[in-house]
Design a protein around this ligand. Structure first.
Ligand code: CFM
Ligand code: HCA
Length: 530
């Protein structure tokens, strides 16, 4: 892999090579290695990344069904963030669900020149008239930031006029270096405008929130099933199969479980500061990881009945899981995988592949930060650049009335016994020695990686899918899951094993042929004339 890295870098201009060298690490889990992450992509490079608006509207708020999310901008932004992620939801009888609609102000040239605030107000009034929602949010796209429409002022005015909760997000696409800035902006907005707005009587003995689970392909449904069988009350999920109504009372939980650390750690941290609710890192991708996370949850509550129930569920589910694993594993064992996905999945899915004996030779995130690679202990050493400073860091203070001193005491006691909170170790310590870790991988690097490793499966998104498949390498979308899923928890593991059998226990990919494999399609030369 060191030679591969050298070869990749050789093609770049000197300055670019210097920068990219820091984003590629030949892994050695025995030492604390540093990777460069969360920095601007060099112009001209074909990146996998998306924008801040996508992270805010599409990712964090998009899966919430009882709020009208209005995109203030040209129609493309709203259209392309409208359910393409396959985030599912299940409203109760008679409950509102606005997710099948794409709400947008559909800005035109005229609005760009003369301003779009009036059009936004009209859109809000119209949406209110038709749907009578309890909340409306506004998402700014690039042109809104450029022309200076004040979406927050519009939100305040409309809130006063209509008497419902209305708030805006300054999540212009260019505001950060990737989707990641949008996560932070969304976390801040939800925390400021929604969390703590209502209280709720206790409805169960063990009340938790699940954070950073977005119900792609029905993942959250499978996790919900397991929780229910264990007798755990799920107050709110951020934000798969969710409602803003549930965010409003989510501060009454006893524990926050963080699955996708990158996209939601901000709310978890702020909730602990303001309300004293602690958080733990969990992972429900992989059957073993699911069992481990459930046990950690049961240990937190320390209740014998809950522990016994959790063991019973794990044992019962594992029988089904093991049966399929035993069938599939001999057919796929020893194959090689690579995965380049946004934030947490490039890490979490390695557990699922490990269960089948498939090795991850190279992986990376599109937009995660150093802590997602190296572990949270590096947070104090992360250099804050101008792009990060651009995003507001909310000042959070203790809520004296709602603060859970009992949970703080519980946390202190558990820590004495060696129980760990907010303990995300990151991806690199868990990857094998010499695996190549690449942040913000680009098109050129992808091609070189495929040539070098000849992986049996490549995991990424829709933009990479067909390019990779033309190499004769199957691509599994770990964003949308293609048409499949759920892949979370026990039932999800079974689905994933079967999908891997379907994709890997076949020779069909070796038959893929492309004309340019044999001779170049376009031949030419460049001449520069004075
Ligand atoms: Fe978290 Fe996600 Fe991901 Fe993400 Fe995303 Fe996604 Fe993803 Mo696509 S919140 S970081 S911003 S796990 S949309 S559900 S699949 S890039 S790895
Ligand atoms: C996003 C959403 C995305 C895109 C996936 C892809 C998703 O980042 O805006 O490139 O295939 O999961 O839908 O990450």
């Amino acid at each position: 892999p060191s030679e591969l890295k050298e070869e990749i870098l050789k093609k770049y201009p000197r300055k670019v090579a210097k920068k990219r060298a820091k984003a590629m690490v030949v892994n050695d889990p025995s030492e604390g290695q540093e990777i460069m992450a969360n920095v601007r992509t060099i112009p001209g490079i074909i990146t996998q990344r998306g924008c801040t608006y996508a992270g805010c509207k599409g990712v964090v708020l998009g899966p919430t069904r009882d709020i009208i999310n209005i995109t203030h901008g040209p129609i493309g932004c709203g259209f392309y963030s409208w359910l393409t992620r396959r985030n599912q939801t299940k409203p109760a009888e008679g409950e509102d669900n606005y997710m099948p609609y794409a709400f947008s102000t559909d800005m035109q040239d005229e609005n760009i020149v003369f301003g779009g605030e009036q059009k936004l107000k009209t859109a809000i009034r119209e949406a209110f008239e038709i749907f009578k929602p309890s909340a409306i949010s506004i998402f700014s796209t690039c042109p809104v930031g450029l022309i200076g429409d004040d979406v927050h002022a519009v939100a305040r005015e409309m809130k006063a006029e209509l008497g419902i909760n209305i708030f805006g997000f300054s999540c212009e696409g260019y505001r950060g270096v990737s989707q990641s800035a949008g996560h932070h902006i969304a976390n801040n907005g939800i925390f400021k405008h929604v969390v703590g707005n209502t209280d709720r009587e206790r409805t169960g003995k063990f009340q938790v929130n699940l954070m950073g689970e977005y119900n792609i392909g029905g993942d959250a449904f499978e996790i919900e099933r397991i929780f229910e069988e264990c007798g755990i009350t799920l107050l709110s999920t951020y934000s798969g199969n969710s409602t803003v109504e549930s965010f409003a009372y989510s501060h009454t939980a006893d524990l926050n479980m963080v699955m996708c650390h990158r996209s939601i750690n901000y709310i978890a941290e702020m909730m602990e500061e303001k309300y004293g609710v602690p958080w733990i890192k969990v992972n429900f991708i992989g059957a073993e990881s699911t069992a481990k996370s459930l046990r950690k949850l049961a240990d937190y509550f320390g209740d014998d009945e809950l522990k016994a129930k959790v063991e019973e569920v794990i044992e019962r589910e594992m029988v089904k899981v093991k049966k399929v694993a035993e069938e599939v594993k001999p057919k796929v064992e020893g194959k090689l995988a690579m995965m380049f996905v946004g934030g947490s999945r490039a890490h979490h899915y390695q557990d699922l592949f490990n269960e089948l004996g498939i090795k991850t030779v190279s992986a990376g995130y599109e937009f995660a930060h150093r802590d997602d690679y190296e572990g949270r202990e590096v947070i104090p050493n992360i250099k804050i650049d101008a792009d990060t400073r651009n995003i507001e860091d909310l000042e959070v203070t203790k809520d004296e009335e709602h603060f859970r001193d009992d949970l703080v005491t519980k946390k202190t006691e558990l820590e004495k016994e060696g129980y760990t909170f907010k303990d995300y170790q990151g991806m690199m310590p868990e990857m094998s020695k010499n695996a190549l870790v690449v942040d913000d991988v680009n098109h050129w690097e992808t091609e070189k990686l495929i040539d070098f490793y000849k992986p049996d499966i490549f995991c990424a998104g829709i933009k990479e899918k067909y390019v990779v498949q033309k190499y004769g390498v199957p691509l599994k979308q770990l964003h949308s899951y293609d048409y499949g899923g759920p892949y979370a928890a026990f039932g999800g593991a079974v689905n994933f094993y079967k999908e891997m059998e379907r994709m890997l226990a076949t020779n069909i990919w070796k038959l893929v042929d492309t004309p340019w494999k044999h001779e170049p399609e376009i031949v030419g030369s460049i001449s520069i004339e004075a």
